[in-house]
Design a protein around this ligand. Structure first.
Ligand code: PEP
Ligand code: MG
Length: 658
């Protein structure tokens, strides 16, 4: 028997809802299938279900055959018709592939380093310089025996294979049971365990063994087949599952071969870790204190590796692509995590230069720790807030360690990019509340979703655009998708009960964007009130990062509680020089008089209106520019945690005339 329906599950049967659907289906004895466009798959396999790529509002049929077929159809149709089913992201699994940033990283910037024949350039992902012995981590490819089994060997090989799968599942269960595993890492392991427990991979492998293949060859073939299916689906996030399948296949093969995965445990003190890709699970378990620097073919500034590196103060250059292979045989390597430069086997002069910079950096850091608890003030006694730019809860500790006076920019896009679907209101409210509590009584400025066509997000379809930086991004996209925007605003109103949440809008270029947002905030507050949910209002500010915002700053200042100048985008838009394009990097200079006068105009307008003017672009942390910004009237500077103590020192020296 069968019944058709339109899928209402929010964003369709992506990872988590697929797993839940399977769990529900497995509770029935009947054989159950889900049919879409004439293709039927078992409803008891999450891999097969994900591969069916069922999206919201598509028609599907549930088919069941067995004693409890009626009940099964009833329950499964009920699930498919529940729009909330896609929104609950408790223990949300996310793809290690996403964490590694292949899908989400900014495009790698590849070019040679001027004057260095052996120089490469990737994405500057974690600041600081390092030089040290190269530790290449390129786990070897696993190969099968390439021998056909005799008929009487097959049963034994299947037993060996099943035992290996059980061992891998048990290892993952043990990892999940550890309290020390962070929420993010738990999600990664849970996603892998789902695949290890799914009979798509195991069924495919057993079929190959029955055909006479040894277990290792069978797993390699099965993983390749399923990964290819995931790669072929027209969906970025399902594409990323292909790497999960390979990761699980690799673990099973290693058990079959009696080998351990190449471990990072033996990395020598101060070594530079070089890899094509490092699973977040591997990196989180590595002796991070011993690692001098990280260089990767994959990843970008917002990838999981970048976050781990930044929060542990490890310089990192990521996104080198295939050029990372040039480092496989390197003895020594120097890297600059501020510029993205990598130098292979540097000559004596470069070594001396980098060693000098490393030493100067260490000395400077030691001298700066005294500023951690300093509250910097202007000569007239006005406190200057030196806050942190962060993008995840994992970065709170590093910001607090540095002495951050709150958060001047919480980039919420990472919350959206790290998941296989849009984060729910509850999950967002919890995240914002955790931030508010961690930094109270200092303010926490949360930036509403700032995303554009250059970065994919599950659940938001972006049009192909000629110029994504001039396109449908930031506040423009949010106002066109009130379903997404209101969920974030409601979460922010709920977290605002802690008293120190402020909210700012990115990419503003017209006053109507502020007034329309205010109206939506009002709607959200009214809804929460009617639902009896606790909430509080928050200060609403705007980022000044378009020339239009600068030119209407006096009018904008009357509408908002504060300005925060986003020099990264403001510079690219004022100078018409793409911030990711190395060929115009010279023009992309915040010190250009055109940009500095835009900053000054903004400050003047804000000061005249009596609102706070702050800055959260990279320039806010530059000691050579801070005095000029303070003179213009900026009273808040937000930066990467690594720059905080130096900034406090600069401001203090200004006031005392040192
Ligand atoms: C900026 O543009 O200066 C800014 C802080 O925003 P982002 O770097 O996230 O675009
Ligand atoms: Mg910006």
């Amino acid at each position: 028997m069968e019944r058709s329906t339109i899928v209402r599950v929010h964003e369709g049967l992506h990872a988590r809802p697929a797993t839940r659907f399977v769990k529900l289906a497995k509770g029935f004895e009947s054989d159950v299938e889900l049919v879409k466009d004439g293709k039927a798959v078992s409803a008891k396999s999450s891999v097969k279900l994900m591969l069916l790529a069922v999206k919201e509002n598509q028609e599907v049929t549930v088919r069941a055959n067995g004693a409890d077929a009626i009940e099964a159809i009833e329950a499964l149709i009920g699930y498919l018709e529940n729009p909330k089913a896609g929104l609950d992201d408790e223990a949300e699994p996310h793809s290690p592939a996403n964490d590694a940033g292949q899908e989400t990283a900014p495009a790698p910037v590849l070019q040679s380093v001027p004057g260095q024949a052996n120089g490469l350039r990737g994405v500057a992902a974690s600041e600081g310089v390092a030089i040290g012995p190269a530790f290449a981590h390129f786990p070897p490819d696993i190969a099968g025996q390439g021998r056909l089994l005799q008929a009487d060997e097959i049963a034994g090989e299947i037993d060996r294979f099943r035992a290996a799968v059980a061992a891998v599942q048990a290892r993952m269960d043990r990892a999940l049971a550890q309290d020390s595993l962070s929420a993010g890492d738990r999600g990664i392991v849970a996603a892998l365990r789902d695949i290890a427990a799914d009979d798509s991979l195991t069924g495919e492998a057993e079929k190959a063994i029955k055909g006479g293949n040894d277990a290792v060859s069978a797993v390699i073939t099965a993983a390749a087949t399923i990964a290819a299916d995931f790669s072929a689906v027209d969906d970025h996030y399902l594409n990323a599952r292909a790497d999960d399948v390979h990761a699980v296949g690799r673990q099973i093969c290693l058990v079959l071969l009696g080998q351990d995965d190449v471990s990072l445990e033996n990395i020598p003190e101060g070594a530079i870790l070089i890899a094509d890709d490092i699973g977040a699970w591997d990196l989180a378990r590595a002796p991070l204190k011993r690692i001098g620097g990280v260089i990767c073919g994959h990843g970008g500034a917002t990838s999981h590796i970048a976050i781990i590196a930044r929060s542990h103060g490890i310089p990192a250059v990521l996104g080198l692509g295939d050029q990372v292979n040039a480092l496989r045989t390197a003895h020594d390597v120097a890297l600059d995590g501020n510029t993205g430069h990598v130098i292979i086997d540097p000559d004596a002069a470069t070594r001396a230069e980098y060693a000098g910079r490393v030493e100067a950096g260490a000395k400077e850091r030691a001298g700066l720790t005294a500023f951690k608890t300093v509250t910097p003030k202007r000569a007239d006694g006005k406190v200057i807030e030196v806050a942190a730019n962060i993008g995840s809860l994992e970065e709170i500790e590093a910001a607090q360690e540095a002495g951050a006076m709150g958060v001047g920019l919480f980039r919420t896009e990472l919350l959206f990019m790290r998941h296989m679907h849009l984060p729910s209101e509850d999950m967002q409210a919890e995240t914002y509340a955790a931030l508010a509590k961690a930094f109270a009584p200092h303010p926490v400025i949360v930036r509403t979703l700032d995303i554009g066509g250059d970065k994919p997000i599950a659940g938001i379809e972006f049009p192909d655009e000629e110029n994504p930086f001039l396109g449908w991004r930031g506040i423009r996209m949010c106002l066109d998708r009130p379903d997404i925007f209101k969920r974030q605003l409601r979460a922010l109103l709920r977290a605002a009960v802690h008293g120190n949440i402020k909210v700012m809008l990115p990419m503003v270029s017209d006053i109507s964007e502020v007034t329309r947002t205010r109206a939506l905030v009002g709607e959200c507050a009214a809804e929460l009130k009617a639902e009896g949910v606790a909430y509080a209002t928050f200060d609403l500010g705007v980022m000044i990062e378009t020339p239009a915002a600068v030119l209407i700053a006096p009018a904008l200042a009357k509408e908002v509680a504060f300005f925060s100048i986003g020099t990264n985008d403001l510079t690219q838009y004022i100078m018409a020089a793409d911030r990711l394009n190395p060929t115009v990097a010279k023009l992309n200079d915040v010190t250009n008089p055109a940009v500095m006068s835009a900053i000054e105009l903004t400050a003047k307008a804000g000061v005249a209106a009596g609102i706070m003017v702050g800055m959260c672009g990279e320039a806010a942390g530059r000691p050579d520019l801070i005095p000029a910004f303070i003179e213009m009237g900026l009273t808040e500077l937000s930066m990467s945690p690594a720059s905080i103590q130096r900034a406090k020192k600069t401001i203090t020296a200004m006031a005392t005339g040192d």
